[in-house]
Design a protein around this ligand. Sequence first.
Ligand SMILES: *[C@@H]1O[C@H](CO)[C@@H](O)[C@H](O)[C@H]1NC(C)=O
Ligand SMILES: *[C@@H]1O[C@H](CO)[C@@H](O)[C@H](O)[C@H]1NC(C)=O
Ligand SMILES: *[C@@H]1O[C@H](CO)[C@@H](O)[C@H](O)[C@H]1NC(C)=O
Length: 256
Amino acid sequence: MIKVFILNSVFVLIYGWTVDKANHCSCKNYSLFVDCVINFEYGCELKDFTCQNVNCTAQAPDRCSLFQNQCYLDKKNSNSKCQPFNSCSDLQGNDDRECYAQNIRCAKLGETGPNCVEFKCSYYSVDTCPLMCFVVGEKCTDFPDCSTLQLNRCNVQRVCYNDEMTCKWEECSNYKSDSDCMYVYTPERRIQPCYWNEKDQICANAEGPEDLSNFSCSLNTRGAYHWSSSKLDSGSCQSCFEMLLKVVLAIILIFV
Ligand SMILES: *[C@@H]1O[C@H](CO)[C@@H](O)[C@H](O)[C@H]1NC(C)=O
Ligand SMILES: *[C@@H]1O[C@H](CO)[C@@H](O)[C@H](O)[C@H]1NC(C)=O
Ligand SMILES: *[C@@H]1O[C@H](CO)[C@@H](O)[C@H](O)[C@H]1NC(C)=O
């Protein structure tokens, strides 16, 4: 165990501490009510004082789009109903607008036939690349390369910022208040959690979950970590998933 801890520390020292939001917790893991509420993007909903997976059919139509990965708005009948969502190809629409109205992840993208498809930036050429996508090299993609982005497109929240005359990757230290100090994306599309250093009044890279508090744990990791207790004054910030990866990695390192 000590070996694992040391290897893990060496790993963090060399590579820093970043998290992947693909490794987010399951709804049940969000013990704090506030963690449950902020993680609606993973289909979590606070119900009967527990954090549960969203029940789409119980959602009012105007709340349906909050849960874009789990629910879609069924518009077949005159009154729209929120229903469980699997994939855009299960939905039908004549054009982009009709597909998008059911779930904002869906489009038509020049396909013929009745079914919608998943919206993809890569469908577009450099010349037709829409505003929500980015030109990287010769491709239209959904994630920018700040170092090559034109200045007038450089304001990408928590990813790129306009530093006078150049477009740069966003950094924790650019945030000047506790409430803005959350996280930034790395060029590898991972999340670098930030933390507010109360003593120096600066926003800095968090070097591990121990830098995060009851409120910042889940918020600053985009739900990859959770506060282990349902009480704010006890518990710690813990991974739901990456611990497993680290153990596997450590085992590999021990045996090579
Ligand atoms: C979801 O909500 C509907 C409508 O309120 C209800 O009939 C159904 O039992 C709920 N399903 C689950 C799994 O709770
Ligand atoms: C939440 O954490 C902060 C910082 O560690 C602490 O000062 C505060 O007392 C905690 N909140 C509660 C309700 O315990
Ligand atoms: C997260 O939830 C899963 C399923 O409910 C459970 O098996 C796992 O132990 C939980 N992990 C943590 C770190 O609480």
